[in-house]
Design a protein around this ligand. Structure first.
Ligand code: KIV
Length: 274
């Protein structure tokens, strides 16, 4: 088993790097990013993959779901992230409504994401229903990451954000979908909010890496929404989120101190003036 440091030295993470990491059993660290400044920090800190997630709809724009975000908005966020990255692989979500209709429409959106935004790969939610679109995109030379389990773009179909595939039939369907996505050419699959044992089985069954979120430690890698793991969001507390920092508190303290200084004529001082 390799150490992660051999992959930390990789000048550019590619889909092949992820395949090698999976073979070497080196866990892949993926995080979301939506802007240049954060992308620079996350990239320099060693994140292997930066996902320009449609969770931007929630954490950047304040929408309740991921549904409203548009292709143009995803392109804007991706362009900013790509400018901040020198090592990580940048993967962009294709937003709701931009690929489900047919393979031609899906390919058109994926091409925009690559040409206009400069992304390195795209991510799409769903199994059998989108396999045909994935095949068309992959055949055109664009790497695709799949996404199974809890698929937030289908929230109105399921009605809840509960753990998925807890029933045997649903688990069986997820296994079949994972095989289908691999056959369609996906280079990796996100498994969101499914039982850890099922995610570990699916990871074992596949040759491509799985990336878990709320799917246990048996996946080939992990992803979290950066705003959650940094503690910028405070009202979203599912058990799968580990808070590595409490930035909302840090920012609140800093801003309170600034307001106090301004009110007291303590900012700026002589050294901070011309
Ligand atoms: O949009 C997103 O942030 C995602 C991750 C939660 C996997 O799809």
């Amino acid at each position: 088993m390799s150490t992660s440091s051999s992959f930390a030295d990789v000048p550019r993470v590619t889909t092949q790097t992820l395949q090698e990491m999976r073979r070497a059993e080196t866990p892949i660290a993926m995080l979301t990013a939506y802007d240049y400044t954060s992308a620079r920090i996350l990239d320099a800190a060693g994140a292997d993959v930066l996902l320009v997630g449609d969770s931007a709809s929630n954490v950047m724009a304040g929408h309740e779901t991921t549904l409203p975000i548009t292709v143009d908005q995803m392109i804007y966020h991706t362009q900013a992230v790509v400018r901040g990255v020198s090592r990580a692989l940048v993967v962009s979500d294709l937003p709701f409504g931009s690929y489900q209709g047919n393979a031609k429409e899906a390919l058109h959106t994926a091409i925009r994401m690559m040409k206009e935004a400069g992304s390195h790969a795209v991510k799409m939610e769903g199994g059998a229903g989108v396999a045909q679109m994935i095949r068309r995109i992959v055949d055109s030379g664009i790497p695709v990451m799949g996404h199974l389990g809890l698929t937030p773009q289908s929230i109105h179909k399921f009605g809840t954000y509960k753990v998925r595939a807890t029933e045997a039939s649903e688990a069986e369907e997820l296994r079949r979908d994972a095989d289908l996505l691999q056959e369609a050419g996906c280079f990796s699959i996100v498994l969101e909010k499914v039982p850890a044992a099922l995610a570990a089985d699916v990871t074992e069954q596949l040759e491509i890496p799985t990336i878990g979120i709320g799917a246990g430690v048996g996946c080939s890698g992990q992803v979290l929404v950066t705003h959650d793991m940094l503690g910028l969001t405070t009202d979203f507390n599912p058990r799968f989120v580990r808070r590595y920092a409490h930035l909302a508190d840090t920012i609140t303290e800093a801003v309170e101190a600034y307001v106090t200084d301004v009110r007291a004529h303590q900012f700026p001082n002589a050294d901070e003036s011309y």
